[in-house]
Design a protein around this ligand. Structure first.
Ligand SMILES: [Zn+2]
Length: 288
């Protein structure tokens, strides 16, 4: 390995933000706060430990995930309820909002729509901030625990990873086979999970979640949503996942409808404005 003479000078170059968000349309949090002050519960589903459940949220409604019984992490998938090809895009959400999300951040959807599908309206763990290890809560870094990575690292057949839980729940919701449902499962928002990167190796770490029963993370549905939430087999993710060793607890999902009058001026965001021609001559008029 040869180190160039100007190595330190090159390292000393200051970084710039990849995606400055000054031009990003901002949610009207005052309007959403006024709406949530009027909201009334319309439904709920309990996600059993080491399992997943689905739920639907009409555009303009709220949904809230609550820790019940014990410290528990949840893996969240979101789809456009009318078109499952539009789904939560963890990577672009991370690029725009950073590694961890809290109130005011928006869950972005996949190409070509790339729009805000949900806005975070309340986070009872917002006080946590960043800890001494660089850890924070609700990440869009991790993908979801899955039986393939588990098999690669440890062998064996474990069937209650979040990936499998989400697959089974979606299959049941759509009344299709797990083989048909599995390709729709995607990288998650890790609700209540406390994670970061090791400073020396850059490895993804997890630590015991600061979540306690009663803590909540709440969202406003910007479009009609189908959601699936898995109560991770890692429990509070303090030690291991992809096994039945950790203490696991259910999670509660509640749906709320606000007084529609409070949403005056709010509109479901349109699909992205790019015309999708990609500069190709033969398709230059596509989407015009
Ligand atoms: Zn998991």
């Amino acid at each position: 390995m040869t180190t160039p003479p100007d190595a330190e000078a090159r390292r000393a170059v200051e970084p710039v933000i990849c995606y400055p968000v000054k031009t990003l349309p901002q949610p009207d949090m005052a309007l959403l706060d006024a709406a949530r002050a009027t909201m009334a519960k319309t439904g709920e589903v309990t996600v059993p430990a080491r399992d997943a459940a689905t739920f639907e949220v009409p555009a303009g409604h709220f949904f809230r995930i609550t820790s019940v019984e014990g410290a528990q992490v949840g893996d969240l998938n979101l789809w456009n309820a009318r078109d499952l090809s539009e789904r939560f895009y963890s990577g672009k959400t991370r690029a725009l909002h950073g590694t961890h999300v809290t109130r005011g951040a928006r869950m972005r959807s996949s190409f070509p729509q790339l729009r805000a599908m949900a806005t975070l309206t309340h986070d009872s763990l917002a006080w946590y901030g960043k800890d001494a290890f660089g850890g924070s809560v609700h990440d869009v870094i991790g993908t979801r625990c899955d039986p393939y990575t588990h098999n690669l690292l440890s062998g064996g057949q474990y069937h209650h990873c979040c990936h499998s839980n989400l697959t089974r729940a979606l299959a049941a919701h759509l009344d299709v086979s797990v083989a048909e449902a599995e390709p729709h499962v995607h990288d998650v928002l890790n609700v209540f999970m406390c994670t970061g990167f090791m400073r020396d190796t850059g490895q993804y770490f997890m630590k015991a979640s600061p979540v306690r029963p009663g803590d909540t993370l709440e969202f406003f549905a910007e479009i009609d949503l189908l959601g699936a939430l898995s109560a991770c087999p890692g429990g509070d993710c303090s030690t291991v996942h992809s096994s039945d060793q950790a203490a696991c607890f259910p999670l509660l999902v509640e749906i709320f409808a606000p007084d529609p009058a409070t949403l005056k001026g709010w509109q479901s965001p349109p699909a992205n404005g790019y015309n999708r021609s990609h500069g190709a001559p033969s398709t230059a008029s596509f989407g015009q």
